[in-house]
Ligand binder design. Structure first.
Ligand code: GLC
Ligand code: CA
Length: 557
């Protein structure tokens, strides 16, 4: 890799920031966040070091699943602004060094989408086959994505006396992905947003979207779901040289691999590392890094033009579905013991700081880890200031509260009456009085400044985004010592998952010991002994990032 390659495969060293326009910043004070508000916050995001905004759905919607129920793929929810405002945001973000990606939710539509209204109007409708209809639900049913809230993935429609498939809520009928007309529409939707200047898509619910379960056999070629993914990637590449597909694929490693495509990476560009994330929480709960180290070491090696996206929290529940029942119970007990902190029997609805009881050392350790793991880090809005959640909002809404800008009313998000807001502002110890951007901007010791520094270091260390991961052997199971190495160099990171201070002994392979290592997070350096052995002391929940300074080193530190 040449350093200049990082500008071509920009997403391998990107910092992605996910936000919902509705809850980010309200500029006209009607209570709802809007594109104009976002445009006024682009400088804040650029200053933080964000290089890619992921906008959650902002399309016209009945809003029964927070916008993931879309009734027009070619529109803008009028509460948030209009196309002019969207284009202004995309353009200004670009000027500030940030690309914009948008949610592509094409597994399903809203049941109010004109396609579905037509489809259910009669069995003879030209849109009938846009969705999946059956006389009887198949004997073997797929599991619903929302256990406890939906019982079946088939819903009976009185008028036309057939059942339609819905992997998510019943008001989200699944599109029929083997219908060539649906395929054309999906490509057209992508083409439309690319033309407006987006740099790609966060692809919602990929395995569900491409799944042909429930579709009657006999569609031959079209039934190959990965073929369709390859087609979409090809289409994307023809329309834009830079655009990406960042896919939501919460599946075991072996199944994740196929969605990247083959050796030539002709599927998704990036996938969230759900397995790594879930095992990170197990490791935090146990103060034992082995589950995380194993999950990371078992990552399949990817072609250069593919990447993992790392995250600590997202807009959904913190799903623990890939852990064993016992492991999940351990994480529940540690981080979400009460029933109102859990959802779907598989996840926790809290944000990180409240799960870690506000312990700043531990919170920083986790973010330090996030930015040191090979891959591309993804932040959910408010993480940079340590926002908490509103459990009373229930379910996944708990973490979707308004962004906290100031200590003022509504956290400075809006001057409207609180009852007008899309969600209540967090009210407990994580309320805007305690957690807000304005205060932290002026406090060099704040989490905000800390995250900014991590981002700077991450961006200046291309080996993290591009490099190879290795766990260093040492005897303390509470400590993860890893390296990322690439053409750019080699970086060490050491993270202590335990509250107890400790000293780690690492053997560093390198040219002619003693070697000098520079600390990338503090003004500090370390030296190995003549055998290349390094003794590092760590505080409870302490962490270090180090790089070997080879003789003649030209990199800036
Ligand atoms: C994805 C989204 C989630 C949404 C669901 C249905 O899992 O992350 O928020 O409810 O898809 O679109
Ligand atoms: Ca508004």
């Amino acid at each position: 890799m040449r350093i200049t390659d990082t500008s071509d495969l920009w997403w391998k060293t990107a910092v992605v920031y996910c936000l919902d326009v509705e809850t980010f910043m309200d500029w006209n004070d009607d209570g709802i966040g809007d594109f104009e508000g976002l445009s006024h916050r682009l400088d804040y995001l650029a200053e933080l070091g964000v290089t890619c905004l992921w906008l959650m759905p902002f399309y016209p919607t009945p809003d029964r699943d927070d916008g993931y129920d879309i009734k027009d793929f070619y529109g803008v929810d009028p509460r948030l602004g209009h196309f002019g405002d969207v284009v202004e945001v995309i353009r200004t973000a670009r000027d500030r060094g940030m690309r914009v990606i948008v949610d592509l939710v094409v597994n399903h539509t809203s049941d109010k989408h004109p396609w579905f209204l037509a489809s259910r109007s009669s069995r003879d409708s030209p849109y009938r086959d846009f969705y999946v209809w059956r006389d009887e639900p198949p004997a073997e049913q797929q599991a619903t994505a929302f256990p406890g809230q939906e019982e079946s993935v088939w819903e009976y429609d009185e008028k036309t006396e057939q059942y339609y498939l819905h992997r998510f809520y019943r008001f989200q009928p699944d599109l029929n992905v083997v219908n060539p007309k649906v395929r054309d529409e999906v490509a057209k939707i992508m083409g439309f947003w690319l033309q407006l200047g987006v740099a790609g898509f966060r692809v919602d619910a990929v395995p569900f979207f491409l799944d042909t379960v429930g579709v009657e056999p006999g569609h031959g070629e079209l039934a190959d779901p990965l073929g369709f993914l390859r087609y979409l990637r090809g289409f994307l590449g023809r329309r834009s040289g830079e655009a990406i597909l960042l896919g939501e694929v919460n599946l075991p490693r072996k199944d994740q691999v196929q969605y990247f495509g083959g050796d030539i990476a002709d599927g998704l560009t990036m996938q969230f590392d759900f397995i790594g994330m879930q095992n990170m929480y197990l490791s935090l709960a146990r103060a034992d890094v082995r589950p995380l180290a194993a999950a990371l070491s078992e990552r399949p090696v990817l072609p250069v033009e593919a990447q993992w996206a790392n995250f600590v929290r997202n807009h959904d529940e913190l799903t623990l579905d890939k852990l064993t029942d016992e492991e999940r119970q351990e994480v529940f007990a540690a981080f979400g013991p009460e029933p109102d902190m859990q959802v779907f029997g598989r996840g926790i609805i809290r944000r990180l700081p409240s799960m870690l009881r506000g312990d700043p050392r531990r919170i920083r350790m986790v973010y330090s880890l996030l930015f040191s793991l090979p891959g591309t880090p993804v932040l959910f809005y408010g993480e940079e200031i340590g926002m908490g959640e509103d459990l009373s909002a229930g379910d996944r809404q708990a973490v979707r509260t308004p962004m906290q800008w100031t200590a003022e009313r509504n956290g400075g998000f809006s001057s409207a009456r609180p009852s007008k807001l899309p969600a209540a502002v967090v009210g407990d110890g994580f309320s805007p009085t305690h957690v807000n951007v304005a205060d932290q901007r002026h406090d060099p010791d704040s989490l905000l400044h800390f995250i900014r520094r991590l981002i700077q270091r991450y961006r200046a260390s291309a080996e993290i985004g591009w490099g190879e991961f290795r766990v260093l052997k040492q005897p303390n199971n509470a400590v993860l010592a890893h390296t990322v190495s690439g053409d750019e160099g080699l970086m060490f990171a050491v993270h202590n998952f335990s509250p107890d201070p400790t000293t780690v002994t690492l053997s560093i392979e390198g040219e002619s010991p003693p070697m000098r290592l520079v600390d990338l997070l503090r003004d500090n350096s370390a030296v190995t002994d003549d055998k290349g052995v390094l003794q590092l002391s760590l505080e409870g929940y302490g962490f270090r990032w180090l790089r070997i300074v080879n003789p003649g080193e030209k990199r800036l530190f």
